[in-house]
Write a protein that binds this ligand. Structure first.
Ligand code: SD4
Length: 331
């Protein structure tokens, strides 16, 4: 489909320019028609700024001849391991019953996928997700079954609580307000998508989910097509923020499919955000409602957008890593 036809097909994109609150060009490094041969590779795009060498770790792994999924696993593992990060892995804030439960998934360039949901006691949820992909005939393992599988594979059973996470939990218990909407303290999933030297694409994401969530609640992050989607012919996308909103529109799949129909990664992220608000307008009324997407296509173009101001992304390209404030579509 030509771009003009695409815009006709989805008039909302055309309308978006008028209310877009930040320069739309900030996220782009390449023209839309660049040939793959001109792209400087690898490219690594991840959500937020975790103040860790997340993207650099992936690049180094690739330079050392590691596979795409090994690079994804290593860099996400860095975030999972850090006890100071309260939204992923060790030190992640617990659910309202005090359990630290992790969600993660991974997808490779062949379209294979693995996922764990509500995994407790194992810090590297992304590694267990990779094992599910590579060592089982399944895509998803959940709860006790995911833990059992991880222990069988040699992962260590650990206590993932930290002094900080437990202090925060005790503080929360004083009021026990149940407000499962991300704000500045209770979110920050690591979603990472990358393109290796030969143009292949893979990705992963990992989170402890929303702080103080109901026990057993699963967000978008481990759901293939919601928190992550990779199609090596088209590109990849990952999400962060209120998982429920992302799941309801199969958000990352929607971003990739929108790119398939001719949209740039930036346009595709906007389409998914607008779809969420169109279908579930109540989210627009929530002050601290936060959902964002990052996306990468086969031309090496990237996009990122959140509903409200606040999303940052980290981009490694052309030998540099930069942390960028993502565009947003609402005030
Ligand atoms: C979830 N999307 O569990 C995750 C939470 C998150 O930044 O924070 N993302 O809904």
């Amino acid at each position: 489909m030509k771009r003009k036809e695409f815009l006709k097909y989805l008039p909302v994109i055309g309308a978006s320019a008028a209310i877009f609150t930040r320069p739309r060009t900030a996220a782009f490094g390449y023209g839309r028609n660049n040939q793959a041969a001109k792209i400087s590779l690898p490219i690594v795009l991840s959500t937020w700024d975790f103040k860790l060498p997340v993207n650099e770790t992936a690049v180094e792994a690739l330079r050392n001849g590691r596979s795409l999924v090994e690079a994804v696993e290593k860099s996400i593992g860095l975030v999972e391991e850090d006890p100071k990060i309260t939204s992923v892995g060790r030190g992640g804030y617990p659910d309202r019953d005090g359990h630290v439960s992790l969600d993660a998934c991974i997808m490779d360039e062949k379209g294979d996928a693995g996922s764990v949901m509500s995994l407790e006691h194992v810090v590297h949820a992304i590694s267990v997700a990779r094992m599910v992909m590579e060592k089982t005939p399944h895509v998803v393992l959940a709860g006790d079954g995911a833990l059992q599988f991880a222990l069988e594979q040699g992962f260590t059973r650990e206590n993932l609580e930290t002094e900080e996470s437990m202090n925060a939990y005790k503080e929360w218990l004083k009021t026990s307000g149940y407000n499962p909407v991300p704000d500045n303290h209770n979110h920050d999933t690591i979603g990472l998508i990358l393109m290796g030297a030969n143009g292949d694409i893979a990705g992963g994401c990992s989170t402890s989910g929303l702080a103080w969530k109901m026990h057993g609640r699963v967000g978008d992050s481990p759901i293939i097509g919601a928190g992550l989607y990779v199609d090596n012919e088209i590109g990849a996308a990952s999400s962060t923020g209120l998982g429920e909103a992302v799941i309801k529109v199969a958000g990352s799949f929607l971003v990739v499919e929108t790119m398939r129909h001719g949209a740039s990664p930036q346009e595709a992220c906007e389409v998914a955000l607008r779809r969420i608000i169109k279908k579930q307008p109540q989210y627009a009324e929530v002050n601290n409602f936060l959902v964002g997407f990052i996306a990468l296509n086969k031309n090496g173009e990237i996009g990122a957008c959140s509903y409200r101001k606040g999303l940052q992304y980290s981009l490694w390209r052309d030998g540099n890593n930069s942390v960028v404030d993502a565009p947003y579509i609402a005030g």
